[in-house]
Design a binder for this molecule. Structure first.
Ligand code: TXA
Ligand code: MG
Length: 329
């Protein structure tokens, strides 16, 4: 299969929508990471996603909508709390788990009776979805367990020849996958909880609905696809302390890259900077946006080990810490 590279212009977004309508697979930009999209109402098309990614068939996919009215095609019921959260955070990096409409193919949800939905904010994807009046299933556009892509080039590196097209919408703004909130049962609607940490924090979610939303660390509920070993670069990733980095700076091992952000490390770099030390922002949003891209660049050079300076442990950084923990599992 020859994978076409599309731009974000009028003509190319039309072509992308046509391919999706016809049951093909197109990698699309979202504000979080690139997604591998297929028509969610077409089981044959959805199966192509699993084949391209080599992803186990029971891992449920997230569906992407462009209009809140589409919820009625996807969910058997839409609780008030879902509308409150949608009002506040859509379009944006929030996925809601809701009761699945019987007409949605089981291929999308791995046979589950609930379904994940989000309305992405990226203007290019919104244009494609509106163009074809589509609902697409779209997991991150990476081979199973590898790093999620934040650029069209990165998608091509791993999926060229396996999908119909990639739409280049530039680097992703947010850089990490959406927050997932469970509203799939009456019980979950009464006490919502986060199933995957993401850019929107439990504090923000709680404020929006006026009652408490549990964070991912405060409960442990297993869901297929929410696996420990995930988001992995090729080099072996280890979380290390600031002190560990400082202690090694004067004779840095050549086969080890280091991703650091703190002022303490910066203060020790004034004289000699080893070439394999990579600096990343200490601002949370900028850090999250750059993380996958930098790990990907580090992998392109090809180190045996990647040391990552332990980020702050506050709630705001929970998604970053979650991905790094899985990357080091
Ligand atoms: O930001 C994102 O959410 C990106 C972009 C492309 O939208 N998508 C994404 O999809 O991260 P993916 O397939 O890599 O992650 C989907 C995860 C599943 O592995 C599972 O943990 C959870 O979403 N999920 C999906 N449907 C679910 C359901 N019905 N119940 C519980 N968890 C579900
Ligand atoms: Mg993924």
């Amino acid at each position: 299969m020859n994978t076409q590279l599309f731009s974000a212009d009028e003509q190319d977004t039309k072509r992308a929508a046509e391919i999706l309508k016809a049951g093909g697979t197109v990698a699309v930009p979202t504000e979080t990471v690139y997604g591998l999209a297929a028509d969610a109402q077409n089981p044959t098309a959805v199966n192509k996603i699993f084949t391209a990614k080599q992803r186990p068939n029971n891992h449920p996919l997230i569906v992407h909508i462009h209009d809140i009215a589409q919820l009625s095609q996807i969910c058997s019921s839409v609780p008030e709390v879902a509308l409150e959260l949608a009002e506040q955070f859509w379009p944006g990096p929030l996925t809601l788990i809701l009761p699945k409409h019987p007409s949605m193919p089981d291929e999308v949800t791995g046979g589950m009776t609930t379904i994940g939905v989000r309305m992405p904010a990226h203007p290019v994807l919104r244009k494609i979805l509106a163009e074809g009046d589509l609902v697409v299933a779209a997991p991150s556009a990476n081979p199973h367990k590898q790093l999620s892509p934040t650029s069209a080039q990165q998608v091509l590196e791993s999926l060229a020849g396996r999908i119909d097209a990639v739409v280049d919408g530039g680097f992703c703004q947010v850089g990490l996958e959406s927050t997932i909130v469970d509203l799939g049962s009456i019980e979950a609607q009464q006490s919502p909880r986060v199933l995957r940490a993401g850019p929107i924090t439990p504090t923000q979610l709680s404020a929006a609905i006026g009652r408490s939303v549990l964070g991912y660390q405060e409960h442990q509920q297993s869901v297929p696809g929410n696996i420990e070993q995930h988001y992995q670069p090729k080099g072996r990733l280890t979380l290390v302390t600031t002190d560990d980095i400082v202690a090694h700076i004067s004779k840095w091992p050549g086969n080890t890259a280091c991703l650091w952000y703190s002022d303490t490390v910066a203060a020790h770099l004034t004289t000699v900077t080893p070439p394999n030390l990579y600096s990343i922002s200490h601002d949370k949003a900028a850090y999250a946006q750059a993380l996958y891209r930098m790990l990907y660049e580090i992998d392109q050079v090809g180190y045996d080990h990647i040391w990552v300076e332990q980020p702050p442990l506050s709630e705001q950084w929970a998604d970053v810490n979650d991905r790094l923990r899985r990357a080091s599992a």
